[in-house]
Design a protein around this ligand. Structure first.
Ligand SMILES: [Zn+2]
Length: 135
């Protein structure tokens, strides 16, 4: 996991950086679309022409990922960081996200991709307990 920590530590929190020009583009996998902007941290999910709430969108795209562990929360917007690995066929949904940028998936939840893993950051211990339940 050490190389993952290095990659992760180099990541920046997008809200702290100076805004540049955003290209907001919806990318789709199956019926689920996602607008994920590593520049401003915007994250929105769509399905069949309507907006999904983040929970629905996350479940649709990443619901079958396997929890592989936690990472040091260096440079992360939350105190806890959970790492998820795509199972077979899951990789293409990870490719919908920009690499090495945090995006807001909810009031207390941020997500990022390091290119191989899905990373979730939060400071909500109850949410962490729910996410790690049964893993
Ligand atoms: Zn943007």
């Amino acid at each position: 996991m050490s190389h993952l920590s290095d990659t992760f530590g180099a990541m920046t929190t997008s809200i702290d950086s100076t805004p540049e020009t955003c290209t907001h583009e919806i990318r789709s996998r199956g019926r689920t679309g996602v607008l994920a902007c590593g520049n401003c941290g915007l994250l929105e999910f769509f399905s069949a022409g309507r907006t999904l709430d983040p929970d629905e969108g996350m479940a649709a795209l990443f619901g079958d990922y396997d929890l592989v562990g936690t990472l040091p929360a260096v440079g992360a917007p939350g105190r806890k960081v959970l790492a998820y690995r795509p199972n077979r066929g899951g990789r293409s949904s990870l490719d919908l996200l920009p690499v090495a940028a945090w995006m807001r998936a909810g009031a207390r939840l941020w997500i990022a991709s390091d290119g191989a893993l899905l990373l979730l950051a939060t400071s909500d211990d109850l949410l962490v307990a729910n996410l790690t339940q049964g893993a």
